[in-house]
Design a protein around this ligand. Structure first.
Ligand code: KIV
Ligand code: ZN
Length: 498
């Protein structure tokens, strides 16, 4: 048996059945083109009889992509098959995917039928589809809960009339990995003509076992897997393409191959997530925002020493530029130094200690420290050393119905000076106090406060521009306390006056 595993992507059919995730034809074409770049073997483009939109999408996707086989879904109903064949008329390689339920639930309670009549309908559907296309895939819906002996009879019968692929869906996501693997092994061992078709897995994720079931299907002889990008699909979703592909790639000892260009994975994930307005959970394997992010000091140190200490996949392999070291209050000096180096800063150990203390202060106030925050911490380190005026303490009183008042303590050449003033707001009060302390005639020409990123816990960046005797001086600071940042920026500018 070959070790090539065919990737059948059903993002645009089973994936698109998610409420609120419907795409228009233009969007589906964009996804199909990206799936082609990703290297999937088969694109299930829709269920043409279900709506004119689905019919049209299968037609347009057939025209838009060249390499993958285009597949259209049908029930075991003649009209469905005719419409699917019509929709596939422009496909370079077209496949009809037809089938019927084979579990007792489906046979008796959905189709109101009996096992023998179902086998007849399955045979008729495959025979009819064969009149239109050579490549016919048969699905035994709810195979996961179907009796293996009966399932084997159905599969033998449809292969006899020409099914090229036989799909064994765990429609309700009920199977344990061991049960699903045994089911595939049972078919391999008990269907006499099984070598004439490829067995396909199609697992739903209701118990969170879709990937495990799919992998066990492959280990037991399946050579096609039906998957979706980001694992989207009905209810808890389908098996996720990226998880299966990367599992096979990581476990190269198993020697399975796919045609997927794994570097396209992240791009495809983002496209599907954006177009379907379906965010990817941050801790989702392979494509989640945190999949390659290290936040604890011990892990960060380990990753910086050797990425493989804590990573089994090189992020570059899935199209992510690099692993990220998320700087938080739990990060150590090694992580801080690394990130500063990446940003182009080199510091002596003593300077680094200083910045690390500031970093910890900030990290206590702010959840994640961004590169912009670091630039500011690093920049401040340099400015502060040069500035002769240092803010020792600042106390402000402000609020509704009180006069804003500020008490400022500034050190200059080793002496500490204190001044209190009021103003029309806390910053005005503090600036008035500073001016009284510095005793210079300065005019504030510009004053700008900006939040750097998002939340209310953000750093405020302050730029000031002051005029003194015809010269302009600039000052800058950043702090989560914007009054402190403003006074520091003001002192930074004043400190530059000769
Ligand atoms: O889950 C399922 O059984 C299906 C079939 C229509 C293939 O999606
Ligand atoms: Zn399904």
């Amino acid at each position: 048996m070959s070790n090539r595993v065919y990737i059948f992507d059903t993002t645009l059919r089973d994936g698109e059945q998610v409420p609120g995730c419907q795409l228009n034809t233009i969007e589906k074409i964009e996804v199909a083109r990206q799936l082609e770049k990703l290297g999937v073997d088969i694109i299930e483009a829709g269920f043409p009889v279900s709506s004119p939109g689905d019919f049209n999408s299968v037609v347009e996707i057939s025209k838009a992509v060249t390499t993958p086989t285009i597949c259209a879904l049908t029930r075991a109903v003649k009209k469905d098959i005719e419409v699917a064949a019509d929709a596939l008329q422009f496909a370079k390689r077209g496949r009809i995917h037809t089938g019927i339920g084979t579990s007792p639930y489906h046979i008796f309670h959905k189709l109101n039928s009996n096992p023998e009549a179902i086998i007849e309908r399955a045979i008729e559907a495959v025979k009819y589809a064969k009149k239109f296309v050579e490549d016919v895939e048969f699905y035994a819906e709810d195979a996961g809960r179907s009796d293996n002996e009966y399932l084997a009879r159905v599969i033998e019968a449809v292969i006899k009339v020409g099914a090229t692929v036989v799909n064994i869906p765990d429609t309700t996501g009920y199977c344990l990995p061991s049960d699903y693997g045994e089911k595939i092994a049972y078919l391999i061992n008990n269907v006499p003509n099984i070598d004439k078709a490829i067995i396909s897995t199609h697992c739903h994720n209701d118990l969170g076992m879709a990937t495990a079931n799919t992998i066990n299907g492959i280990l037991n002889g399946a050579r096609q897997v039906e998957v979706t990008i980001n694992g989207i699909g009905e209810r808890a979703g389908n098996t996720s393409l990226e998880e299966v592909v990367m599992t096979l790639k990581c476990h190269h000892d198993l020697a399975f191959e796919t045609g997927i260009d794994t570097r396209q994975i992240m791009k495809t994930s983002k496209l599907v997530s954006t177009l379907m307005r379906m965010p990817v959970q941050p801790n989702k394997a392979i494509v989640g925002r945190n999949a390659f992010a290290h936040s604890s000091g011990i892990h960060q140190d380990g990753v910086l020493k050797n990425r493989e200490n804590y990573e089994i996949i090189d992020p570059v392999e899935v199209g992510v530029k690099e692993s990220s070291i998320v700087l938080t209050a739990r990060s150590g000096r090694a992580a801080l130094k690394h990130r500063l180096n990446v940003l182009g800063y080199e510091f002596e150990p003593e300077e680094l200690d200083h910045i690390y203390q500031r970093f910890l202060d900030l990290a206590d106030k702010k959840k994640d420290i961004s590169d912009e925050d670091l630039e500011i911490l690093a920049g401040r380190e340099r400015n502060e050393d040069k500035c002769p005026l240092k803010l020792v303490s600042l106390q402000v009183m402000c609020g509704k119905s009180i006069i804003p008042t500020a008490t400022v303590q500034v050190s200059f050449s080793g002496d500490v000076f204190t001044e209190t003033a009021s103003g029309n707001g806390p910053i005005d009060a503090a600036f008035t106090a500073v001016k009284a302390l510095v005793k210079r005639r300065v005019r504030l020409e510009e004053f700008l406060i900006q939040a750097i990123t998002r939340g209310s816990d953000d750093l405020g960046k302050v730029h000031v521009q002051v005029e003194h005797q015809g010269h302009t001086y600039y000052g800058f600071s950043a702090n989560t306390d914007i009054v402190t940042a403003s006074v520091e920026a003001f002192l930074d500018a004043l400190g530059k006056i000769e």
